[in-house]
Design a protein around this ligand. Sequence first.
Ligand code: UTP
Length: 312
Amino acid sequence: MSSRTAASGSATATGRATRAVIPAAGLSTRFLPATKAVPKPMLPVVDRPVLQYIVEEATSAGVTDVLLITGRGKTSMVDHFDRQPELEERLAAKGDAARLEAVRRTAELAQIYTCRQTEVLGLGHAIAYAESHIGDAPFAVLLADEFPDESAPLLPQMLDLQAATGGIVIGLVEVPDEQTSRYGIASLSPDEPPPEAPEGAVTISGLVEKPPPGEAPSNLAIFGRYVLPGGIFEAIGRTKPGSGGEIQITDAIALMMAEGTPVHGIVYRGVRYDTGVPLGYLQAVVQLASKRDDIGADFRRWLTEFVRTWQE
Ligand code: UTP
């Protein structure tokens, strides 16, 4: 783990991005007061913080280098991916091989870098901090409060498609028509995506921030996954504060799109966990606990009984 800037190995020979940026400096107002002193990405889902699921998602897709954008009071996120020699010695002395392996694994997942967003001025502003680390290579962006089930990943197809087009690729998810006002929504172009695009790929002609129901151009919302070309930094530099007075990544993407950069989306059809709000967080905990090999059977039995008695 390091906070220095790396300068090489940013894409494979085929141009597939190998670096990821995880912006995690937000104020997490929808989860207060829990997130007043604990960073939202550190909330545990069973026995791993949300952030670990997201770093694992990135590394499973072939990412080897992760830049965490953090902020004041959020150093625990970086500590989680560091070694803990005292703890490791204690677990080794106790012969607790499983926990020792789990504790060591977090420090071995990827090369983790970190930098601080000193003021919370928006997602585009946070991503701009990655410029000196990323240079002009393509990179993935994973928001720190939602993730797909590991059995149905999205990022590998996104990285492949970006390597093929050289443009921008955005993860999309279908939302009910009445919920469009909570999300960035894509409008679709009739243009076919390139032949090598995976199933679920669409060509995007515009992005609208939080349109009211009835005015939304589609019901395809941005899932917090992007693969961006290095040119995005220059576009962010030209982006004025938008919705909420913040520098929005959607505005920088719209700027590049207007200037000819191809923008595609991939519609995700698997299970998505939204841990950014209490209800979605609880659903994620229940679903992922139910699937666990170790505690899943006992938990499901308890849950079934709980629901039965609750209904009576
Ligand atoms: P959100 O807009 O969902 O904000 O950020 P938030 O802070 O997570 O939560 P609420 O809405 O106040 O409850 C999406 C992602 O972008 C990061 C957040 O940490 C989150 O991972 N972000 C947002 C930044 O890193 N910096 C910013 O200035 C804004």
